[in-house]
Design a protein around this ligand. Sequence first.
Ligand code: FMN
Length: 378
Amino acid sequence: MPVEFISLAFANASTEIKPIPSGPTVDPDYLKRYARNLDDYGFDYTLQPYDSGGADPWTMGATIAAVTSNLKVIIALRPNTVYPTVAAKMLATLDQLSKGRAVVHFIAGGSDQEQAREGDFLTKEERYGRLEEYIKILRQAWRSTEPFDWDGKYFTFKNFSNRVRPFNGSTIPVSVGGSSDEAYRVGGSLADIFGLWGEPLKETKEQITKIYAAAEKAGRTDRPKIWVTFRPIIAETEELAWEKAHRTLEALTASRAAGQLPKNPPNAGAPQNVGSQRLLEIAKKGEVQDRALWYPTVTATGARGASTAMVGSPQTIVDSILDYVDLGCELISIRGYDNLNDAIDYGRYVLPAVREALTGREAETKQSGDHVVQQVDG
Ligand SMILES: Cc1cc2nc3c(=O)[nH]c(=O)nc-3n(C[C@H](O)[C@H](O)[C@H](O)COP(=O)(O)O)c2cc1C
């Protein structure tokens, strides 16, 4: 099975473990350097995440596309922030500008408080209903050569006509992230890609089964590709990696206590989104789970965002990733805590080794297949 790698490209040098509160929010040279590194080191995608107070993913994504050759740009999109016909044209334009490298990742919205900051007062169930309608509108806008009307529960318009086609003429990959039953239903029935945070193999398998069941229930003959997300803490040896992990945790705890992490303020209360709630429950079962998953980073940050660490030498990280590939995950998202340096380490020691292991397996399968054919022939 092919595997592709995702990371994040950041707009400035501030990190969760070394926040630079006084630094520029958007440093164009840093963003370009970061994106070029991801491209050169063989990452396949970069996610441009969304939060109400953060830099705009669309303009960052267009900048990244302009300075890279292969890297696909995943725009995180909350349906309350852009009217769907506008988003359809923005995505198709980005797809044309990047020659087919645009992807959209939908966030229904996991927190009422965060949604209210930008005028969204729907319930979570309604937000997922709106997302469902939104995805259908995008696909019709990309496909339809004729003007069309829409008369739905959340959107109504007349005679919309789109002249900007996706680069391949028909569509752009649509991803959905979340871990609630609503996320499984909408993502399972409509998404090309389904994004998950880092849970142990057993729990990930359970989620995949639910997503596939939702796809089948919706009458699909295909299934969404599964994306899983980890925060590897990597060093030359196991011992050095664990020392680095503990240093990382201390720094994370200190920045959070100092209120320097805007998305992870202390006393933020329990998260409303199921994905974060699940991570916090899993963290209670033990600090280290499976081969190398480490949950103290989840607890220390209140599971606000992807926070499951994966600790070890390059070989341990490679083996852990292969465990998820064997489970059926085709997209592996990895970003560290020392963002750019970690991305370069992954590019040097993880991506090539995972790819080599998979090529080796393929060759072995082919060889044993040839052997069987020879035996049959003989
Ligand atoms: C891979 C992945 C990426 C995500 N990126 C974002 C993001 O950029 N911004 C954001 O607000 N939420 C992001 N989320 C969070 C969820 O999409 C969000 O909380 C969801 O709307 C509701 O979650 P639930 O269905 O688990 O309750 C991401 C989730 C996943 C799995």
